[in-house]
Design a binder for this molecule. Sequence first.
Ligand code: ADP
Ligand code: MG
Length: 260
Amino acid sequence: MALLEVRELDKVFRRGARAVQAIDRFSLSVEEGEFVAIVGPSGCGKSTFLHMLGGFEPHDGGTMLLNGAPVRGPGPDRGMLFQEFALYPWRSVIGNVAWGLEVQGKPKAERIAAAERYLKLVGLSAFRDAYPAELSGGMKQRVALARVLAFEPRILLMDEPFGALDAQTRELMQEELNAIWQQTRNTVLFVTHDIDEAIYLADRVVVFTARPGRIKDEIRIGLERPRRADVRKSAEYMAYRNRVWDSLRDEVLKAREEFK
Ligand code: ADP
Ligand code: MG
């Protein structure tokens, strides 16, 4: 069995007489150590899916098994990283990274050692005692990543984590995440609307349909690892880009029709 097994997942939002089917009989398996990116038009249910996996949002049907156990509510086996940086402004960088371990009741020396290890991994050891307000957007998101990695979750759930960053910082963060992943080999489910980000980072790109979200297509990305930044200029990369865009294009158009 794969590390994550989602079968026939259903989600309907109800408000009074109105019902919105956000996810429709959605199935997906993710193997241990696999990096899967999900792309899809805006409003197709990507965030809803991640919130359900995180245990923050109930589902209406189907099953989600992580390491063989059904998902029921939030837990430290799933590390969540969203667009908002969500750092505690009153805690130093090291205090923020150590926070999750404090919640888990780890002894102080152990949590500081672990926090230092992960800060080093994201290249921010020198900012150990700084406060979030003193950091750039990219640095804040690196601290947030170190914090979630320090939990040592079985799977990382990332929802457009670089969406609030400017284009240059975003590209650098993608390179950084690739380098970090090369060392940690975490299992990752990464939601983005950015095709380039998806192809550059993932082993497999899953294309969602317009709402209700279903799998339209799955594309294995065979680009060699570790991935160099200039792989984005290669013919092989461009072929993947065209392949994903061909699949996504119709769905983006359908999603736009809905708002007319
Ligand atoms: P995405 O992340 O792919 O852009 P979402 O998962 O945020 O899409 O939303 C999927 C659909 O579910 C949208 O039509 C959205 O309006 C609807 N939706 C999301 N959250 C709620 C909610 N709390 N109540 C009602 N409808 C919601
Ligand atoms: Mg979203």
